[in-house]
Write a new protein. Sequence first.
Length: 136
Amino acid sequence: MLWIISWARPKWGVRAGDVRHRRPFSMFGLSRLLCYSFYMNIKEIREKIDLIDEDILGLIKQRFVLLDEVVKYKIDNNLPIQDSKREKEILKNKTDQALVLGLNSDFVKVLFKNIMKQSREIQKGIFKQIKKSGKK
């Protein structure tokens, strides 16, 4: 039989955690102990995921900040906002990287299509601002 040490304060005056005060694994209170233990683990995992999500958002923000320079370059060189050839290259490279990393390539393709779509919208806005103000 598997035994665990009870952390609940027993009626007999024995301190919680005392090895003399043991309960079998199947006794009442185990589910509470396991749920608490599971909750702590999932909480820690979720905190790590939240930090990673913050990093992802920060990187997307950095990517979008660079669009100012991209638009200025495109204006100086009479290039269109959308570069289909470049977008195809990006999608090919990112889906290849996804496969190497063991990620779903369709998911990565949709992700980067959305990022590029938003990038085009931001570039259009910057382009209009620059043209309106007459600056480069």
